[in-house]
Design a protein around this ligand. Structure first.
Ligand SMILES: [Zn+2]
Ligand SMILES: [Zn+2]
Ligand SMILES: [Zn+2]
Length: 294
């Protein structure tokens, strides 16, 4: 049966972040399960084909976590790679597929035209074969960035606003016979995203997609989280705001998992009041190795 496994739950820099001595990073260095790899998802299709969304610098560990979760007794070797956008943490692992490491040749890579252009300029596409997204007609819930189908699983690319300094950005709707999961690791703010998809609340959008699960951008908890840095340079919806837009989980709402946590986010601390607030409202903080039948 097809399945989906969460392979990373951190922001691009992961937790611990290089050179950081904050309480979350120090706790992550000490172990105890506080380490977060940059966000990534593994999808196993109905024929056992393995499809990796995002290539992070934690690729070796993530392929091992994936194999372990599926009980394979060995790390996974992906049969295709999909990318949401070209920001560093989401593409840093692409080089690992090349001749210096895994030695892949003509590995299918699925990404938008603009992601392809950026990666071509960076010279990291040698191991890959370009898969063109199948263009589909918009269905009234925002534009479509195209689709990619494998045995028993469909990936729909949904354009979302996210600082387009490198490439455009897509959320990916991953659907099988049993589950429909939205992967939305990065976007700038709810206002623009909801306008782009034509809905007034996140839950109305999720209902229109008939989601069972949503993996949602939770980079920052609150507005004062990056002392000394201008947070408007790195726009993301704050979890505080996302929570107020979601309210308490009601019957029929999808399971929402908060992912893409920055090292500064208090949700990293399992004992924090912020973590408690998420859980009391009926939502969850993403956990590496979480897996469902698709
Ligand atoms: Zn990111
Ligand atoms: Zn830190
Ligand atoms: Zn990004």
């Amino acid at each position: 049966m097809p399945s989906l496994t969460l392979l990373g739950t951190g922001q691009d820099g992961g937790v611990p972040q290089a050179g950081c001595a904050c309480a979350n990073c120090l706790a992550a260095f000490e172990g105890g399960g506080r380490r977060r790899f940059p966000v990534a998802v593994g999808v196993c299709d109905a024929d056992g084909g393995m499809h990796l969304i995002e290539a992070t610098r934690a690729l070796p560990e993530q392929l091992q976590v994936w194999g372990q979760t599926l009980g394979l007794g060995r790390p996974v070797r992906p049969d295709s790679v999909l990318l949401t956008h070209a920001h560093l943490g989401h593409v840093e692992g692409l080089g690992q597929f090349g001749r210096e490491a895994m030695g892949c040749v003509d590995l299918p890579l699925v990404a938008s035209d603009s992601v392809w252009e950026v990666l071509a300029q960076r010279g990291v596409l040698q191991p890959f074969w370009r898969v063109d997204l199948e263009r589909v007609v918009s269905r009234g819930s925002g534009g479509s960035g195209g689709e990619y189908s494998v045995a028993g699983v469909r990936f729909e690319f949904i354009p979302v606003p996210h600082r387009d300094d490198a490439s455009d950005t897509h959320a990916i709707l991953i659907s099988g016979a049993n589950s429909r999961v939205l992967f939305l690791p990065d976007h700038d703010d709810w206002e623009q995203t909801l306008a782009a998809v034509g809905h007034s609340t996140p839950l109305a959008w999720f209902a229109s997609l008939r989601l069972t699960h949503a993996l949602v951008d939770a980079t920052f908890w609150g507005a004062d989280e990056l002392p000394g840095r201008n947070m408007s340079e790195v726009p993301h919806p704050l979890v505080e705001e996302t929570l107020s837009r979601l309210g308490n989980r009601r019957a029929g709402d999808p399971e929402v998992h908060f992912v893409h946590l920055n090292h500064s986010n208090p949700l990293n601390d399992p004992k924090s009041p912020q973590r408690r607030a998420v859980e009391v409202a009926g939502w969850r903080v993403g956990q590496r190795g979480w897996s469902i039948a698709l």
